[in-house]
Design a binder for this molecule. Sequence first.
Ligand code: BDP
Length: 324
Amino acid sequence: MIQTTRACIFSGLLLLSGMGWGQTALRAWNTHPDGYPVTEAMKSFIAEVATQTKGKYKIELFSNGSLGDQPKAVAMLKAGEVDVAEFNSGPLSDVAPGLKAFNLPFLFSDTTHMFRYLDGKVGDHLATQLQASGFVVLGWYNGGARSIFCANKPITRLEELVGQKIRVQQSDVYIEMVKLLGATPVVMPYKDVLDGLQQGKVDCAENNMVSYESTGQYKAAKYMLQTNHVISPEALVVSTKLWDRLSDAEKAVFKKAGQSSALLMRDLWEKRVATARAAVLKDGVQLSNVKDFSPYIRKMSPLYGKYMGDPSVRGELFEIIGNQ
Ligand code: BDP
């Protein structure tokens, strides 16, 4: 009798949660809104996993950083509180130092150049490093090319960045980079940057064209200097806590869905960069080009020296620089 009652209560709870027998509910974290290539690619990943496992895995996507900012989500995924996530290589390099090579400035000419390494043995090595830290890479996404934009005055030359307060994400390389420019790095969660620019907590920030547009940061910081200083990857990951519970067949499904979502993301990315660029220009953003990159690269040389001397990053750097 007691057992029947318990079974009834359990079925009731399942119904209330929208879950069926044998279904597993998982949580996915993402910092971007609907329509952003990352979000759309994650939705396609979730749908493919559901179809291929006949509804066994029901993944709920929490977008817009609603479960917390990226460094917090990295910790949540490691702890198994979140099962799936899409992270930028900046905050992720805290757990896989080799990724710092991919945050170094002026290393790649474009994202195709970057993916040559990520889609090969460097990417495989990083994935192994990440797995040892609790993150299984299912696909490398595109983090785009990042540039600097400022609120109060047009920035057209390197010297004009001296003394500016520039928002950065939590990542050693970004902090060091801004210091080498003679500016002050201010670590701030992604969702606070628009307010930060509007309220003068920071003078400038740096990001790719799509994030600049989708967050509305371009409305507060209308002067962009197209430095393309970092061309970096992002990763769709699941926790090893989840991974270790999957059967081999399920692992194959997750892997395949991750790979297809990465290809979709990269495809959506290129189109979205073009529309974002057109939208900000229409709204009066002033874009300036860098005429000569040599002084920027010279300023960054202590960073290259430092990471060449760091055994946890050197291997990746040698592979990239040695196989240009
Ligand atoms: C965006 C990345 C996101 C970063 C964010 C930031 O997609 O993962 O965390 O920049 O700067 O472009 O915080």
